[in-house]
Design a protein around this ligand. Structure first.
Ligand code: URA
Length: 271
């Protein structure tokens, strides 16, 4: 591998690991005892070389500090201003308030039929979703397709989206701040689509949209009402195990099968 290629590979590795900013030209070993700061030379006349050396290196002005919840507040305003799904999709694509966008390849919003009665909401795009710009198209998505097929659904009969429209680097779990920032967009999607049934796929999505602290094991298998001031009526909502979890824990498929039958019955009764 040439020097240039190995640098490129190193950069790609940094991006995959979530490094989205360079702070200095050399790494810092944070595990060693910090060296006492040199006393700042104050006597040197301004403009002298000594004075210049005593100054900290010039840094660009930091971005203005956001008020607590600032990005999510502007996401809320932006989302609420959208009157159609197309407007919302454009607004999300242009939104700069979430750092995940910088490391993502694509903004991943929805797939399926926005007029479908059933809406599924997962966590965040993974590597394959980030590459293709579509939700649930990787290994977990293939299992989700099979789960839908088991109750005679497919992507033409549902609408699928995620809490986050950008992939967290290295597929790490989204932070609470990232969820808070992006949640107004997914809530507006729900308001605009007005599904008859909402299925929250996995614990992250269930906890965020049900505003609950319990994990998915406790939240699944029950029905809740999802409501916002702009929804005509609360939406019957349930939660299921995430297919990525089922790929690792196939014993949990038994409960999921029961959940899917329950969802099938609920949809049949509501249509
Ligand atoms: N997992 C999710 O929660 N969403 C996707 O789109 C892909 C994997």
């Amino acid at each position: 591998m040439s020097h240039r290629e190995s640098l490129h590979a190193l950069l790609q590795w940094y991006v995959a690991a979530g490094v989205d900013e360079t702070i200095d030209t050399a790494p810092h070993d944070r595990f060693t005892k910090p060296v006492e700061a040199e006393p700042v030379e104050t006597e040197a006349p301004a403009g002298s070389q000594a004075a210049a050396q005593a100054q900290p290196p010039a840094r660009p002005d930091p971005a203005p500090a956001a008020a607590p919840g600032g990005a999510s507040w502007s996401a809320h305003d932006t989302a609420q201003a959208c009157a159609t799904l197309a407007e919302l999709v454009e607004a999300v694509r242009h939104f700069e308030g979430c750092a995940l966008k910088r490391t993502a390849t694509n903004t991943v919003i929805g797939d399926g039929d926005p007029k479908a009665p059933t809406m599924l909401i997962g966590e965040a795009p993974g590597a394959e979703e980030d590459r293709q710009g579509l939700p649930f198209v990787g290994p977990a998505g293939h299992l989700l397709d099979k789960m839908l097929a088991a109750i005679e659904l497919d992507r033409s009969k549902v609408y699928i989206t995620n809490i986050l429209p950008w992939r967290p680097p290295g597929n790490r779990s989204p932070t609470a701040e990232e969820i808070t920032i992006c949640q107004p967009f997914v809530e507006r999607q729900i308001e605009l689509i007005q599904p008859k049934v909402l299925i929250l796929v996995g614990g992250i999505s269930a906890k965020a949209l049900l505003n609950r602290r319990e994990g998915i094991t406790r939240l699944r298998g029950r029905w809740y009402d999802f409501a916002t001031p702009r929804l005509d009526a609360p939406i019957p909502t349930t939660a299921i195990f995430h297919p990525a979890y089922l790929l690792r824990q196939s014993a949990a498929k038994k409960e999921t099968w029961r959940d899917l039958l329950d969802i099938e019955e609920k949809i049949r009764n509501l249509l």
